[in-house]
Structures are given as C-alpha cells and as structure tokens.
Write a protein that binds this ligand. Sequence first.
Ligand SMILES: Cc1cc2nc3c(=O)[nH]c(=O)nc-3n(C[C@H](O)[C@H](O)[C@H](O)COP(=O)(O)OP(=O)(O)OC[C@H]3O[C@@H](n4cnc5c(N)ncnc54)[C@H](O)[C@@H]3O)c2cc1C
Length: 531
Amino acid sequence: MDAVQEEYDVVIVGGGHNGLVAATYLAKTGKSVLLLERQDHIGGATVSAQAFPGVDARLSRYSYLISLLPRQIIADLDLDLELIRRRYSSYTPLPGTTQGLLVDNNDDGITAASFAAIGAGADVDGFSQLYERTGKLARRLWPTMMKPLLRRSEARDLVGDDQLWDDFMERPIGEVIERSVQNDLVRGVVLTDGLISTYARAHEPDLSQNRCFFYHVTGGGTGDWDVPVGGMGALTDALARAADAAAVQMFTGAEVTHVSPDGQVRYELDGKSRSLQAGRVLSNAAPAVLERLLGNGQGTQPSPPSRPEPEGAQAKVNLLLSRLPKLKDPGVAPEAAFGGTFHINELYSQLETAYEQAGTGQIPDPLPAEIYCHSLADPSILSPELRGTGAHTLTVFTLHTPHRLLTEENNERMRSELQAATLASLNTVLAEPIEDCLLRDSDGGLCVETKTTLDLEHTLNMPGGNIFHGPLSWPFVEDDAPLDTAAQRWGVATGHDRILLCGAGSQRGGGVSGLGGYSAAMAVLEDDAAG
Ligand SMILES: Cc1cc2nc3c(=O)[nH]c(=O)nc-3n(C[C@H](O)[C@H](O)[C@H](O)COP(=O)(O)OP(=O)(O)OC[C@H]3O[C@@H](n4cnc5c(N)ncnc54)[C@H](O)[C@@H]3O)c2cc1C
C-alpha cells in the first residue's frame, strides 16, 4: 500500500464508477489524486458479484445495462469494455391471457403482428412515431451532454421543434402518451421508462417522470440499452486499470467522515482517524451525504442547492435458474421474451393502481416489475459448467415500491414480502412456478437475493435508496440560473469553490454514464486553465 501524503491536488470521496472517471481524467493531466472508498471494494453500484455461495455466476448485482456512457469516455480512458446490442426491445404479456407484445428491433413485421395479436394494431404507427420523436430529441440533445450546460431556451432552440419540446419537456408525459397510443398495454410499455426508481404518476405536475423518461430514451443518441460483456464489474475493472495506470492512489475501507470548505478531509482507515488537505474535494457520494459531511456539527451551511429528500422506488431481485421458465404465451420463445426488457403487470392502468396502493402504504398487488436475462446475451458471466447445464440469470427491478414503505424496523420483513410479491407477479405470466426453476446454492438455499431501498442506503450510502443519488435534473439549466463558475457551467457546483460533486447527483450524472465524473474533471481543468 502506498503511503498517504498529507496533501493532494484532488481528493475524491467515493469509488463508484464516476469517482474513477473523475480521478483518471485528472491524474492523466499530472495531478496528484487520492480516492477514498468506504466499502472494501470499489465500483459502488457498478459491480459484479458471486451472489450465491458455491455457484460460479458473476451477477451484475445492482446496475445491469448501459445506455448513457458516452463512447468518448471509453475512448479517452482507453477502456477495454465490450457492449452488446440487444435484438429485442421488450416483451409484455397481456395479463389474464396467453398473449403478449414482442417489440423486435430487427423485424418490424414481427412487431406489427404482435401489436395486432394483442388487439393494438391501430397503435403500430403511433408507437413508432412516438419513438421517432424521442429519437430526434436524443440526436439534438445527446451531443451536448459532454459540454458545458445549455440554458433552457438554448436547448429548446437546439431541438428546433416546439411541439416536440412541449410534449416531452414542459407537459406531463401522460398527455403525449395518451395522444399517441390508445392501448392500455402499449401505453404502459412507454410509461415505464419514466418510472425507473421514480415514484410518480403519468400526470405528475412536477415532471419527475418526464426527466426519468428523458434519460431512458436519449442515451447514446438512440436510447438503446446495451449489455456490458462480463457484467457491470467489467466496467469497474476497466476503470480501475485506467485509474491505476494514471497513478491514482486508491484506498478501500476508507470512510470519509468530514469535509471542510477549505479542503480538509477527515477519514477513518484501519480503525484510525486521519486527516489530509486537498486542493479540491470531489464528492462521488450523493449530495445529501456531502451535506452531512460538510455540516457535521461544524456550523457549516449545507451547500448544494436544496433538493427534496431523495427517495428510490425499486427493489432489485437477482435470481439464478436451472433453465428459463416456460411462458403462458406459446407464441413467443422464452429466449426472445427474456432477451429484452420483460415487463410484468405494467399496463398503464396497473401502474396507476400500483401508485395508489403504494401511497396507502401497501406493496402493490400485482407488483409491476421488469425482468432481464443477462446470460442470454452474455453467457460469459456463468462458468462453463453452469453454461453447459442451461442455467440462466434473471434480474428483476420492481416499480412503485417507494422508500417510504421501508423502515429500519420492518426492513427484513419487507425484504421477504417484496421478494414474495415479485415472484408471485412473475408467476402470473409463467406456465410453471418460477420456484421450480431456481437453483440452490452450496448451503441448500434458493438462489434468489433481494435488495430493498434501505439495503442500498446501508450498503452503498445511497440516501433513500435513490439509484440516481436524488431526483433527476434536466440536462440544461434555467435561463436565470447563475453560470459564473466552471463548476456551475458543468453542473457540479456545491456552493463551496473547492468542493465539487462528481457523481450521479450532479446535474447530468444519474445512471451509469461517467458524466458526473467527466463534468467534475472538466470543471477543475477549466478553472485551472483560467488561473
Ligand atoms: C439496483 C440498481 C440498478 C440500477 N440499474 C441501472 C442500470 O441498469 N443502468 C444504469 O445506467 N443505471 C442503473 N442504476 C443507477 C446507477 O447504477 C447509478 O446511478 C450509478 O452507478 C451511480 O454511480 P456513482 O459512481 O455516481 O455512485 P455510486 O455507484 O453510488 O458510488 C458512490 C460510492 O461512494 C461511496 N461513498 C459514499 N459515501 C462515502 C464516504 N463517506 N466515504 C467514502 N466513500 C463513500 C459509496 O460506498 C460508493 O461506492 C442502478 C442502480 C441500482 C442501485
């Protein structure tokens, strides 16, 4: 282990993928960079893990698909990362029937026939036009993501289509969905992109569902969600190699306990409290965590712009199966259905009911959930022996299970109730119980693990289990927002010159994008260039 110096140009609080991105860009310019991570490993929410004892499968434990990571970051940092494009966009069973909607990116004919089979033939054109429109939004705005922030009116001019802008950026997304498509299932498929970790309804006046939708349909200028070969851990491994090559000093098991506006950082390592001085402190920890680190009884005003309390709205369930389960729908192969995003009980009307049920303190019944099978696209996460047996992984992400349902006292009970509700929801669309397909680990336990929002708060220090570190922001600022400093122009300001955000909680940082880290690095370099 390298000795810790007393002073660094940059100290990074947290070793998530964004912290690694910021560290590497800055160290490559010759700055001394120290990264402190509280867990015993780096990666934050972008890690692979052998989740089940004795079973050689490396699951993407938290995040699993990549859309928002710009190819420029991969190239700049020379990351050895392979992404696979999925053929199928989604499959959604029609509840109570043996049919479902398959959206095949490679075959418009198959998709149109599937629309017709569920009685939604009239929505084929509306559905594809809606995504042509979001495609235009993506092509105009995605190229701005690695530049200083635009103002709202500049972004609107750049899009150059007032109706498009109003439909997606100014009016609740429920309006454009209801105008574009009529079928309950088709509307639900569209809306789900606005509800990832976002407890909102289609017509929510605060437009949180629109912001979530925006980031889900614009990544890479196409909105495609790709599979990282080797799982999410492959991204962290590649970033760690790049950080190491750039001489970033990294410590795990190092929890930062206090940050002062003058750049002093206190942290615990090996049971000892230590302190050092940084020219700049970049927080990969969530804004709400940084507020606590800055406050900490020292009388310092919380600095990031005041935001609502972060609240996630999902549980994550990882499963390992002996084989893919049989579907109720005989018309679609499980390999196609599980090859894209498999929506369960996500009709537009079911999403509304689920929102209401969660609002009265219940786990929604049936529980809306989306499933994806990583090992279909990328079998490399399974050992050759497991692969040979036909085993597969499934990752389930629930909607409308907001953090307000969880407390320290009920977390254990809720974890098992959420797991049971997830499996029950899945079973409504299967021709056999999913339990019959679950593998057992070497201790005889079923290969299923569930993470609640509170589990994420405990493990990853994500306040409220919010996977974006807080409510998502637009990729532009208001016309009257101050843009005087480099940190403001890059969306990483905290109110203290030396302290910057560098994680998902920065203006454009949510998701696996590296954009929080990139923006913070650019702000530091721009400041230094200005002297
Ligand atoms: C279950 C789940 C599924 C998701 N699925 C996807 C997906 O498929 N695609 C996608 O794009 N996004 C997904 N996301 C969101 C995405 O993973 C996150 O937004 C992103 O990874 C955040 O990266 P980050 O580097 O900013 O922060 P994090 O990954 O949260 O890392 C922050 C790091 O800071 C450390 N830290 C915090 N406080 C301190 C402290 N005081 N001292 C030292 N270290 C500290 C933490 O331990 C952590 O390692 C998902 C997230 C979750 C949880």
